[in-house]
Write a protein that binds this ligand. Structure first.
Ligand code: ADP
Ligand code: MG
Length: 247
């Protein structure tokens, strides 16, 4: 335990919660501890990721142990791979669903996450998609794409627009992981946010009917509103903070 604390300190990691899994020493531990395929670990290395970043060291073991997290780490610290790698492992083979849903504030960000997902999923058969522009005539096509995808990435607006269509034929029943990226921005709202994010999140969580559903939140800043929501809504929460808190 002492050694774990020292190791976390060295990497500027703070983790608060019950039974926090130990931080990752290197990517190969993913295989020895969690049986992550060596093909996936190889892909990570081929992406040029030789060592896990601090947020990855702590978030990966937590998510692989099915723990709900709030992870705050600076911009550019590798949060995307911190949630994608566990998803790629736990989802296993292609089954559609979707079984993981990633919400983020903007379309640009959704596409960045999508590109990283394509790179990291190279050794898997998993399908990822971004919910694109929803014109009414295209709703049926969008629904089919979503059903076939294992991982769906969207802004809350686009997802909720689809969910609120009449005769909507997509189900989030199989969603095992809901990832909220840039949670600070989503909670504070922005210009193109047509409706309150909390309400949208409520709707999405209700639609994610699975009892085993887990939530992981990622944020560049520590914001009290996000922390409070997580404490109230996420059982067994582990709060991970990397570097300085800039509340
Ligand atoms: P954040 O979401 O925290 O702002 P990103 O996930 O966008 O950060 O990652 C920032 C950059 O770091 C990206 O170019 C990504 O490819 C790269 N990166 C991620 N993880 C690692 C790693 N373990 N080693 C080296 N580079 C990494
Ligand atoms: Mg990011």
């Amino acid at each position: 335990l002492e050694e774990q604390n020292r190791f976390r300190n060295e990497h500027g990691i703070k983790a608060v919660g019950r039974h926090v899994p130990s931080a990752l020493k290197d990517f190969s531990e993913l295989t020895s501890r969690y049986n992550v395929s060596s093909a996936l670990v190889e892909t990570i290395t081929q992406c040029g990721y030789t060592e896990p970043t601090p947020v990855q060291r702590q978030a990966l073991p937590c998510m692989l142990e099915d723990r709900q997290i709030l992870a705050c780490a600076p911009t550019g610290s590798g949060k995307t791979a911190a949630f994608l790698v566990p998803l790629l492992h736990v989802l296993g083979g292609a089954q559609g669903g979707p079984r993981a849903l990633i919400l983020c504030p903007t379309r640009e960000l959704a596409h960045q996450i999508y590109r990283e997902a394509l790179r990291l999923s190279a050794s898997t058969q998993l399908r990822c998609s971004v919910i694109r522009n929803v014109k009414e005539s295209k709703v049926k096509e969008r629904e089919a794409t979503i059903r076939k995808s294992d991982i769906v990435i969207s802004t809350p607006n686009r997802l909720c627009y689809l969910l609120n269509q009449d005769n909507v034929n997509i189900s989030l029943d199989k969603v095992r992981w809901l990832i909220i990226d840039e949670a600070d921005k989503l909670f504070e709202g922005s210009a193109d946010q047509t409706s309150d994010f909390r309400q949208q999140l409520e709707q999405v969580l209700t639609a994610c009917g699975s009892k085993q559903r887990r939530v992981a939140m990622f944020s560049a800043t520590h914001t009290p509103a996000v922390a409070k929501w997580c404490r109230h809504n996420l059982r067994g929460l582990i709060a991970i903070t990397v570097g300085q808190r800039n509340a």
